[in-house]
Design a protein around this ligand. Structure first.
Ligand SMILES: *Cc1c(COP(=O)(O)O)cnc(C)c1O
Length: 396
């Protein structure tokens, strides 16, 4: 748009949203939408959840910001909640997913170079992965499109095909520090990692004495029907990262790690001005406490079973639908062609969804989504796909 003072870094949808509550959003024309994207897996409790809003308003009256040079009870409480409900023993708070992954990459390098006294620094990631847009995290990302025009890239990253344990084994060398992956490749097309493969990756990491880092930025915070996606597997990471769903829309990232990583991050090793401020942490605490109190994760798992059954029933016979895949409420509908027009038509009809790559419609409803909302969404998706199939069958 030529009259915009913004960089054109996004090809934006032609919709201006001005209000949100629960699963509903409204645009500046007063049109109502059913939200099946949740700000890209961010508003996991729906828009403006009351308990989080109350905690935020209360904190706004107390104290907004304090330097990390002072102790911060909200930050302690948020970290304690995360540690008590995960396999991790320590947390570093920052402001975004990319920063959380930067912290993960940094702690892996520093652990070997300062704690173990080994010159290990390479991180192995997977083709089609997505890990962020900073120089290190776009280098970690297994997609060329995010790297174009940004050379030279930082050293120390290798990529191998997902689900190819021989290729991973071949990529490990005496410089390898960690293997890093998402448990559902989300931006890469909603591709879940096979449990046997993850077990083999964990065993390989143990055999070589290297770290397993899980990027749970999209899969974490209940999104897959467990609080963290690794709980679906009998595998624990050494390090994992969170952001998107952790604070109901407040910008927060977190890097979590086990006890043995603690000596790698000592005073001066890593820092942030805004990470873990009192207002940010009030939203994290309220988000997690609400998730636990409302049994949001269990409800997401139940809603997922219903959503997948409905999608299978209404879509699987359509000639333009190839596969329904994903985990929990991170679901992809793989179509046999580009989905951009389908998505625009769904927006037109009041259902907000996003793509994951060119051929996948991605569904990310909030964790408290009702069966009625699922019915509405599935019937809109079925109608649009059925109409497209009919048009395709008559045109050459
Ligand atoms: C969104 C995302 C990121 C990057 O998070 P930002 O907050 O946009 O920096 C990294 N990894 C995964 C898996 C993501 O989904």
């Amino acid at each position: 748009m030529s009259d915009s003072a913004l960089f054109a870094t996004y090809a934006r949808f032609p919709i201006t949203l001005v209000k949100g509550k629960g699963s509903r959003l409204w645009d500046d024309q007063g049109k109502e939408y059913l939200d099946f994207m949740s700000g890209l897996a961010v508003t996991n409790l729906g828009h403006a959840p009351d308990a989080v809003k109350d905690a935020l308003v209360q904190q706004l009256d107390q104290l907004w910001h304090v330097s990390n040079l002072f102790s911060n009870p909200n930050q302690e409480k948020a970290a304690r909640l995360l540690v008590d409900n995960s396999c991790a023993d320590a947390v570093f708070f920052c402001n975004s997913g990319a920063e959380a992954n930067e912290a993960a990459i940094k702690i892996a390098r520093r652990y070997f170079q300062k704690v173990k006294g080994e010159n290990r620094y390479e991180i192995i990631t997977f083709n089609q992965s997505f890990h962020g847009r900073t120089l290190a995290t776009l280098t970690a990302t297994g997609q060329d499109k995010v790297k174009e025009g940004f050379l030279p890239l930082p050293e120390g990253f290798r990529h191998v095909p997902l689900h190819d344990i021989a290729a991973l084994e071949a990529a490990v060398n005496d410089k390898t520090a960690a293997v890093m992956l998402e448990l559902v490749q989300a931006e890469g097309g909603v591709i879940p990692v096979d449990p046997d493969f993850l077990r083999e990756v964990r065993a390989l990491c143990d055999r070589h004495g290297i770290l397993l880092i899980l990027d749970e930025i999209q899969t974490g915070m209940g999104r897959t029907g467990k609080l963290f996606a690794y709980e679906h597997y009998d595998v624990e990471p050494d390090v994992f990262t969170l952001a998107k769903g952790i604070a109901s829309g407040f910008p927060v990232g977190a890097m979590l790690a086990k006890e043995h990583l603690k000596p790698a991050f000592v005073p001066g090793a890593h820092a942030t001005t805004f990470g873990g401020t009192p207002i940010a942490m009030a939203t994290v605490v309220a988000t997690i406490e609400t998730m636990l109190k409302e049994k949001a994760v269990e409800r997401a798992a139940e809603a997922s079973t219903y959503l997948i059954a409905q999608l299978e029933e209404k879509l699987s016979a359509l000639p333009n639908v190839d596969q329904i895949r994903g985990k929990g409420l991170l679901i992809g509908i793989l179509c046999n062609g580009p989905v951009a027009e389908l998505i625009a038509e769904l927006h037109n009809r009041g259902l907000l969804v996003v793509p994951a790559g060119p051929n996948v419609i991605r569904l990310l409803p909030n964790l408290l989504v009702t069966h009625e909302e699922i019915d509405t969404a599935v019937s809109l998706i079925a109608a649009v796909l059925t109409e497209q199939a009919a048009v395709k069958s008559v045109s050459p």
